[in-house]
Design a protein. Structure first.
Length: 336
């Protein structure tokens, strides 16, 4: 009987949360001071057909950045510069290292791996995974690094850390063929069809899942052996999770038994915000994300706790989240 009452109370709490979340006023997109910063790096093209593909990818990202009203810098297309290695280092050095606003670093191009070190091909000297890890070491703000190049997997191992989402187009440095994942990801980041949870925005996790699925479909339709398998890491363990380990937005497999699940942070990275959160500042959004992440992490304990205890503690978390939405400034007011 108590269990049934607890479930009933839990359902009421869920309704309270949904009603509170729905009452946040839609407002103009956040200003660049509150929104994300996106750095697009277009690598050395090699063959002309690859170069044109990289330019198309960059164009899709730029279009999404315009819609999101975020700060955006593109490196690699300006013909007046030839040493993108030093320019990238300088751009990252100038970025704020702390704060709630996310930084997205998107690498579009070719990569190489010599068995020891992976590199992303730039005009001029290439940048290695070790170098990039050193440049990014001071960053404490939310950070997404998306390496869509071949042989990109070692970047995941080097760059993985707390408060970071790392995505690579391959699961191994030895997957050295041209990758199609980058094109599909650039298309998915602003595609409403990628919005799996129907919350009005495409998260980085959702874009990753759609792009991975489309890459898999490409090789099946072409009757070719897949030469790329994208990975996502956002729990800081440097292991990564492929898309086929997810059921919906939840990872149902882990690379090892005691590993934390991937995907919780990536589902909160949204380049183009939904109407329901456009009125939130970066600080408020960070607070909301922390509360939602606490709920998602707690749900992982469901099978290891007594039912009454599980629902009782989950209800407390949801009430706190609903209270946050209720207290957000700028909620709808009755019209006079």
């Amino acid at each position: 009987m108590k269990s049934e009452i607890r479930k009933h109370q839990f359902k009421l709490t869920c309704m309270l949360y949904l009603v509170a979340a729905a009452t946040v006023t839609a407002a103009p997109q956040a200003t660049s001071a509150d929104g994300a910063t996106v750095i697009l790096v277009v690598g050395a093209p090699g063959e002309p057909e690859f170069g044109s593909n990289f330019v198309r990818q960059a164009g899709l990202w730029q279009k999404a950045c315009t819609e999101a009203a975020c700060r955006q810098t593109t490196l690699g297309l300006d013909t007046s510069h030839t040493n993108d290695h030093e320019q990238l280092k300088e751009i990252l050095a100038a970025e704020p290292k702390d704060g709630p606003a996310a930084l997205w670093l998107v690498l579009i191009g070719h990569g190489t791996f010599d068995g020891k070190e992976a590199q992303f091909n730039l005009r001029g000297p290439d940048v290695s995974a070790t170098e990039l890890a050193l440049w990014l070491k001071p960053f404490r703000r939310p950070l997404a690094v998306i390496d869509t190049s071949s042989s990109s997997a070692p970047f995941l191992n080097k760059l993985s850390a707390t408060n970071r989402v790392i995505i690579t187009a391959t699961r191994s440095g030895n997957e050295q063929n041209f990758t199609r994942f980058g094109q599909y990801l650039a298309e998915a980041i602003a595609d409403a069809q990628a919005d799996l949870d129907k919350d009005g925005a495409v998260s980085l996790l959702e874009a990753f899942l759609m792009a991975s699925r489309r890459a898999t479909e490409f090789y099946k339709l072409e009757a070719r052996l897949a030469t790329e398998h994208a990975l996502l890491d956002d729990n800081g363990d440097g292991l990564g999770t492929p898309a086929d380990w997810f059921h919906g937005l939840r990872a149902i497999k882990k690379p090892k038994e005691d590993a934390a699940v991937d995907g919780l942070l990536a589902r909160q990275f949204q380049l183009i915000r939904s109407n329901s959160v456009q009125s939130l500042t970066a600080e408020q959004l960070a607070r909301r994300d922390a509360l939602e992440r606490a709920v998602l992490l707690y749900r992982e304990k469901k099978g290891s706790l007594p039912e009454d205890e599980y629902y009782r503690e989950l209800e407390k978390l949801l009430v706190e989240l609903a209270r946050f939405y209720k207290e957000v400034p700028g909620r709808n007011q009755p019209r006079s």
